[in-house]
Design a protein around this ligand. Sequence first.
Ligand SMILES: [Zn+2]
Length: 253
Amino acid sequence: MKKTIIGYSRLGREIPLFHSGRGDAAVLIIGGIHAREHITCDLTYELWRMEGKNTDCIPCLNPDGRAVARGEERPRIPFGGDVRMWKANAFGVDLNVNFDAGWGTGARNVIVSGPENYIGPYPESEPETKAVCDLIREKKYSVVVSYHALGEEVYWGFGPNCRHKEEAATYAAAIGYPLKKSVGSAGGLKDWYCNNFPGLGLTVEVGKSEWGHPCPENKLKELLLKHEGSIGLLERIGGKIARENDGSGAYAG
Ligand SMILES: [Zn+2]
C-alpha cells in the first residue's frame, strides 16, 4: 500500500492517491468529484482498502467542495443557498463538466460560476481536473471508474466511443444496476477517458434516489454490501483489457 499526492486543490488541500499491488495498477477508481456526493469518498476508499489488489484510488478529487458541502469551508463565490447541496469546487466550477470532451456542449452546462454545472473558463482549468488527467495520461489505466450519487445506474462510453460494452454490462449486472449510455451530458471524466484511451470508462451513480442529497452517511454499510466484490471484478476486466491492448500489463499507449 502506498499513498502519493497527485496534486492540490485550488485552496491548497492535498489530493491523495492510494495504490495497491506491485506494478502499475490496471484500475483507477475515483470518488468525490461532486461535493455533496461525499459518501463516494468513504465508499471508494473502503472498497479499495478491503478489495484492492491491483487498483489505484483517489477517494476525493474535490476536497474543497467536500469541505464546503460539509459546512467546513465557505464558497469563494457569492452563494445564498444550502451549501449541503453544493457540487462544484470552492470557486464554483463543476469539475465533472471541466474535462476536454465535448466541453461546453452539455445540455445543462452554464457559463457562470455557481454550485453546479459551471464548465470553467477552459477545459482542465481547475487543478483538481488537471491532476487526475495528468495521472491518467501517465498511467493509462485499463479501467477508470468515477463514483457519483445517486440513482443506482452505470453509464459507459461517450459519443461514438463505446468500447467494452460486454464488460460494462457484466459489472452493472454484478452490482444490480442498469447499464445506460448518457445523453445530453459532456465534459465529464468518463467522457474524456472514453475519447482518449482504449480502456473501459464508467460513471457509477450509487445509492437510491429516494435517499435524497446529500446521501446520508449511515448508508455507507448498505453501499459497501451492494458493491462487495466489485473491485475484484473490475481488476479481472482491467487485466483482460490490458492483455487485449498490449499483451502484457496496463495499456502502453
Ligand atoms: Zn455527481
